[in-house]
Design a protein around this ligand. Structure first.
Ligand code: MN
Length: 434
């Protein structure tokens, strides 16, 4: 039998040339089957692989996993087992689905394991206990600093010394396909005499990746930068929905609050770091200034060459791509983010979600938010239907996609997509008068 790690080795399941999910990906997620039972799963091409069924058929017996591990509606317990278990399960699935394997001709067993993607619901893959969002793209931070402060001093004094971040809300993280509602809130433009309450008029996306963590190390709280990746289970696409007008008024001095926590959308299949290994690449140099020693000594190929795009589709119309970027541009790597996050004694748990921050590239076509693409609304973009956008309008569907490609191998994330619904008409003044 050929080795599944060879990019040319196929599965016996059909996988189209442009699929993000060949035999060499083997991502992890959670599906709702047609019988409405939710189980942990993987995916090859357009077939979902039911890991609970594989477990019950005895395919993981020698791995000595906890009983019922994959009958759960989240991957947290599996992720808690650590990287050796992630690797063993992923290898087992891939070997069983390699062309010529013993499973190929076992039709009755395969009927219990395999579900067409069209017949299943794909839901949040983990229970997210904590959500942190970083601000790790130099281009994004420079653009935002130029717009709101001073182009000559766009980066604040701390930015080149530490990965800036804030704590978000895990309660409003939703999976792709769940629609998002325009938030109400308080805003005040620089020339407005007083703040007003109402629907945000500057709803934006932020193109991000996020890594899902394993548990922190036992008996040793800070995670050293050179071992940080042992605690990263895998990655998803993330849209950090943002209300720019609310953000601009509220963020001083403690950072983002209600402008960010009304919704955060993620793609539902977690792609492991092992699957992304062929696409690892060096991050931008950090020589002036050198980071402090606890942020040095990362893996030499600390970033991932991962192509990203964002498209907007107005209600009833086809989409227009408004951004093409790449995760390789990030100044601060995932390993540095995790090392910095835990240097003070902060604990992490299996299933925590760490957003990268908006991923902007060096040129205008690679900016990862409408704030940057339209320069805060001053230069609207024209969509394929002839309409223009400064920010996201009600009924618009925002879709982000991401994949790595090298020679014959393509490993991707699918997409994270959501439609913006109109704000709720909720007027506190009229309610209090009753
Ligand atoms: Mn963000």
């Amino acid at each position: 039998m050929p080795s599944w790690t060879d990019p040319k080795t196929p599965s016996f399941l059909p996988v189209s040339e442009h699929s993000d999910f060949p035999l060499q990906n083997i991502p992890f997620g959670v599906i709702g089957r047609p019988d409405e039972i939710f189980v942990c799963a993987s995916r090859i091409g357009d077939t979902a692989i039911d890991l609970n069924a594989m477990e019950q058929l005895g395919y993981f017996d020698d791995l000595e996993l906890p009983t019922g591990l994959f009958s759960q509606e989240a991957l947290n317990e599996f992720i808690s087992l650590g990287r050796p278990a992630w690797r063993a399960v992923r290898r087992r699935i891939a070997e069983l689905y390699t062309v010529g394997s013993a499973l190929e001709k076992k039709a009755s067993e395969r009927a219990e394991i395999e579900w067409p993607m069209a017949q299943v619901e794909v839901v949040l893959p983990v229970f997210v206990g904590d959500y942190t969002d970083f601000y790790a793209s130099r281009e994004h931070a420079t653009n935002v600093g130029s717009m709101f402060r001073d182009p000559a001093n766009a980066l604040l004094p701390n930015w080149l010394h530490l990965p800036v971040g804030y704590h978000g809300r895990s309660s409003t993280i939703v999976e792709s396909g769940v629609n998002v509602r325009r938030p109400n809130g308080q805003r005040k433009g620089p020339n407005d005499p007083a703040p007003v309450y109402g629907p945000s008029i500057k709803v934006d996306f932020e193109l991000e990746m996020a890594f899902i963590t394993g548990d922190g190390p036992v008996g040793e709280t800070p995670i050293p930068v050179d071992r940080a990746e042992e605690h990263i289970f895998g990655l998803v696409l993330l849209n950090d929905w943002s209300a720019r007008d609310v953000q601009q008024w509220e963020y001083v001095p403690l950072g983002p609050f209600l402008a960010k926590n009304f919704a955060t959308s993620i793609s539902p299949w977690i792609v492991t770091l092992d699957a992304l290994e062929p696409f690892r690449t060096a991050r931008p140099a950090q020589e002036d200034p050198l980071p402090l020693p606890y942020l040095q000594q990362e893996p030499t190929r600390a970033n991932v060459d991962l192509q990203l795009e964002v498209a907007i589709a107005p209600d009833g119309h086809s989409e227009t791509v408004v951004c093409q970027s790449n995760f390789k541009h990030m100044y601060w790597s995932m390993a540095q983010q995790l090392a910095h996050h835990t240097i003070n004694g902060c604990l992490i748990n299996a299933g925590d979600c760490m957003g990268s921050g908006t991923i902007s590239g060096p040129d205008k076509g690679s900016f990862g938010s409408m704030l940057e693409i339209t320069w805060n609304g001053k230069e609207p973009v024209t969509l394929a239907d002839g309409s223009t956008r400064s920010f996201i309008e009600d009924g618009d569907t925002v879709t982000m996609r991401g994949f790595c490609k090298k020679d014959d191998l393509r490993i991707g994330f699918g997409e994270v997509s959501a439609t913006l619904l109109p704000a709720l008409s909720w007027n506190p003044a009229s309610i209090s008068k009753k």
